[in-house]
Design a protein around this ligand. Structure first.
Ligand code: HOZ
Length: 438
């Protein structure tokens, strides 16, 4: 059998046209494949663990629409629920029973959430949670960790991860200095730096926000005691602890990172999985704090499409699927198999590499490791990552197009997919010079 040569002509033509219509040809910068020295492929359809592009190439997908596709793309039961919901209307702008159902599921699942407010994206969730922390504490400063990304709200665009790190943008024009001057940053996993900041500003930090496992600087786990230390310091200085679980929620455990690590944040931000692939976000927490949100309280936050019936429907079905026995063991096992297999393939082809993994999140860094912070992630060989990424695309493996993004696995990935991925990685890495680029 003669293999069809890999070609992406139709994607190239579509991208050329798209660039005349939308900035950079995309609607979110990380999709542009700029940092890996390539062009994006245009996706025609997705099913299970696979994507097909407009040229008919099939890929094993390790982005999973940046996290939401945890049960696999176009899951038949999610599709059926949506098809059944559509005749009832696509938006009400009024309360619906579906919001109660998903709210109850979230409250039952996530240990620290006693009340929840649905919004339309993770960015909306984090912006609202910080406004709430400020309202509740009557303080203005926000503390975040370098390399953590909490969406594109003005106050978060300071040493941010994800696309900001990928494109090497130190900050963004258009963000008033008065806003970012209220944002303090310290390195992730650095408790002494956090304590020093609290010592400097003991009465003015409203909240500390973090990804309990970083996904937006590549996957970076918390060191033992780090999350406990952050909780203790926020308690000591009267700041709220905000977990951004947009990536980790319902992924690292059904109750998210807070269940997995046994930490009790004051506020939690969610997104991605709870919408089952439709646009959604949420923030929630202690009842006493959440009752400050309008109309129960004075802190204003609103949205026409918030609690959208289709997003609620897809979210409810997705969470029901995740409740099935064995879900999180399977996700952990399949991700461990990929993570260890990729690391072994890199090492056996002569590359220095470090594999980070927590649950169904993983990143292979081209450096010795350990990678415990954004600062250390930046020391990895990103040019090599770009070559690896381009080779893997040609081999039908769709990895996140940046060293500063985590890979996500789903219940649809099989051991055969993992084996195919590792075989491809070994072949691609064998073509890349190991030395002289590290
Ligand atoms: N925060 C996600 C990636 N790290 C969302 C993807 C995007 O920015 O488009």
């Amino acid at each position: 059998m003669v293999a069809t040569p890999y070609q992406t002509t139709r994607s190239h033509d579509l991208f050329t046209h798209a660039k005349t219509l939308m900035p950079g040809g995309v609607n979110s910068p990380v999709r542009a494949f700029k940092s890996v020295g390539a062009e994006p492929v245009f996706i025609a359809r997705a099913s299970g663990a696979y994507l097909w592009d407009e040229d008919g190439n099939r890929y094993i997908d390790y982005i999973g629409t940046w996290g939401p596709a945890i049960v696999g793309h176009a899951h038949p039961e999610v599709q059926a629920a949506l098809v059944a919901a559509i005749p009832n209307g696509t938006s009400f702008g009024a309360p619906s029973r579906l919001e109660n159902v998903l709210a109850e599921m979230v409250i039952e699942a996530v240990p620290s959430i006693e009340m929840v407010r649905f919004v339309n994206s993770g960015t909306e969730a984090t912006m609202s949670a910080v406004r709430l922390a400020r309202a509740y504490t009557s303080r203005e400063k926000l503390l975040k960790f370098s390399g953590c990304y909490h969406g594109h709200g003005d106050l978060f665009l300071v040493q941010a991860g994800s696309g900001v790190a990928t494109l090497g943008l130190p900050d963004s024009p258009g963000v008033p200095q008065a806003v970012t001057s209220q944002t303090l940053t310290v390195p992730y996993n650095d408790l002494p730096a956090l304590e020093a900041m609290f010592t400097q500003y003991p009465d003015s930090i409203a909240g500390v926000i973090l990804e309990p496992v970083v996904g937006n600087a590549g996957c970076i786990p918390p060191l033992p005691g780090f999350l406990e230390g952050v909780r203790a310091l926020t308690n000591k200085y009267g700041a709220l602890l905000i977990f951004d679980e947009v990536m980790t929620g319902f992924r690292l455990a059904y109750g998210g990172a807070q269940e997995r690590f046994g930490i009790d944040p004051d506020l939690t931000c969610l997104g991605k999985i709870i919408g089952g692939g439709l646009p959604v976000g949420a923030y929630g927490g202690k009842r006493e704090i959440m009752e400050m949100v309008a109309p129960a309280g004075p802190m204003y936050q609103a949205g026409t499409l918030s609690g959208n019936p289709l997003a609620m429907t897809a979210g409810i079905k997705t969470l029901e699927l995740l409740q099935r026995p064995g879900t999180y063991t399977y996700l952990e096992d399949i991700t461990t198999s990929l993570s260890q297999g990729l690391l072994k393939a890199a090492q056996e082809t002569g590359h220095t590499a470090c594999g980070n993994q927590v649950g169904a999140m993983t990143t292979l860094f081209f450096c010795a490791g350990p990678v415990t912070s954004y600062e250390r992630a930046k020391a990895s060989d990103r040019e090599k990552f770009g070559r690896f990424h381009r080779g893997m695309m040609r081999a039908g493996i769709y990895l996140a197009p940046s060293q500063f993004e985590a890979g996500f696995l789903s219940l649809a990935h099989t051991q055969a997919d993992i084996d195919e991925t590792i075989r491809a990685a070994r072949h691609v890495l064998a073509q890349i010079p190991a030395a002289g680029m590290e």
